[in-house]
Design a protein. Structure first.
Length: 143
């Protein structure tokens, strides 16, 4: 994989997202998913590596009560994603070290699609923060 940009909040990437249900079933890897968005990054103490928290983007409509944000068609088009309805799921995140787990994406340079618009990212971040405060976000550690 060619060099990647530094991880920044709102970056949409091709990623091997491991769903909580897969993790609970004992899986440690997964196939690459259409796209994920990095919602938080921080330095990992003593290593200089970047710890990232990635929320999945899925075509599957979330179950009632699942915290999620529908992605507008114009946002998906700008990022080069397909035209099918998609949701950013805010009930779980993968915790990984950048750029581990990134996958080559068709149509995405270096596995990167681009960034969510600032208003959409802010809305997602505020909703995710509320879920974190409520203690409802599953954090799935990745090796």
């Amino acid at each position: 994989m060619a060099s990647l940009p530094a991880p920044v909040e709102g970056l949409v990437v091709r990623y091997e997202y491991l769903w909580a249900r897969e993790h609970d079933a004992g899986r440690v890897s997964s196939k690459d998913r259409p796209a994920c968005v990095m919602v938080v990054s921080s330095m990992q103490a003593g290593t200089g590596a970047r710890r990232v928290y990635l929320a999945p983007i899925t075509h599957s409509e979330p179950a009632p009560g699942t915290p999620a944000l529908a992605l507008p068609a114009d946002e998906k088009r700008r990022l080069g994603l397909d035209d099918l309805p998609s949701w950013l799921i805010l009930s779980e995140v993968n915790v990984d070290i950048w750029p581990e787990g990134l996958a080559n994406a068709q149509g995405a340079e270096n596995g990167v699609y681009g960034r969510l618009s600032h208003p959409l990212y802010r809305q997602a971040a505020e909703r995710l923060a509320a879920e974190v405060r409520a203690g409802t976000v599953r954090r799935i550690p990745r090796p």
